[in-house]
Design a protein around this ligand. Structure first.
Ligand code: FE2
Ligand code: FE2
Length: 192
């Protein structure tokens, strides 16, 4: 009888441990993927600003969004250290891919650059929205951060629309391709 009691307690403890391990795993995935995403966003805007120039009107608009992305990435850099999360191994890839995406859409013109912003920020906004719901009540601070960033990303999305993104040639095709690319990058960066 006594033996059975011990086994039960052990089982309960293991279950709790498993629960906290799952939570930790989820938290790590969230921080890793958001860090990767914000890094990619800064590189996209770097690529666009390199083409348009910092002093052009469109360059200044993009710079304002890029400044917010800088705050976002700095926040996740801190969270990576605080929570001892391994960053994605694919940062060098997102470095180049982000920059090329930004520069190539900017080369297609202002509207195409803004269409890129609409596509990216819509995926990221949705992604943050899902995450805020996934996190437990013990992560109130992170939920607040994610909700604030979601709001910023949706503002960037709206800036894109205000700048005539939808009138770029092949808007639906371009945004679909970018959106699929971003979702794939998100799925990979959670794990690797
Ligand atoms: Fe961001
Ligand atoms: Fe953004």
């Amino acid at each position: 009888m006594k033996k059975r009691k011990i086994t039960k307690t052990k089982f309960k403890k293991e279950k709790i441990n498993q629960g906290s391990r799952t939570e930790k795993y989820l938290l790590e995935q969230i921080i890793r993927v958001d860090h990767a995403g914000e890094y990619g966003a800064t590189r996209i805007y770097d690529g666009q600003i390199a083409i348009f120039g910092k002093n052009s009107k469109i360059g200044q608009t993009i710079q304002q969004m890029a400044d917010q992305e800088k705050l976002h990435i700095e926040t996740f850099e801190k969270l990576i250290i605080q929570n001892r999360v391994r960053p994605t191994a694919l940062l060098p890839i997102w470095n180049i891919a982000g920059y090329l995406l930004g520069a190539s859409t900017a080369l297609l013109g202002k509207k195409a650059a803004m269409a890129c912003t609409v596509a990216v920020e819509s995926v990221i906004g949705e992604h943050y929205n899902k995450q805020a719901k996934q996190l437990g009540t013990d992560q109130k601070k992170l939920i607040r951060t994610i909700k604030k960033f979601e709001k910023d990303e949706l503002e960037h999305h709206d800036i894109g629309l205000e700048h005539d993104a939808e009138n770029t040639f092949g808007y639906n095709f371009l945004t679909k391709i970018i959106s699929v690319g971003c979702k794939t990058a998100i799925a990979i960066s959670k794990k690797i």
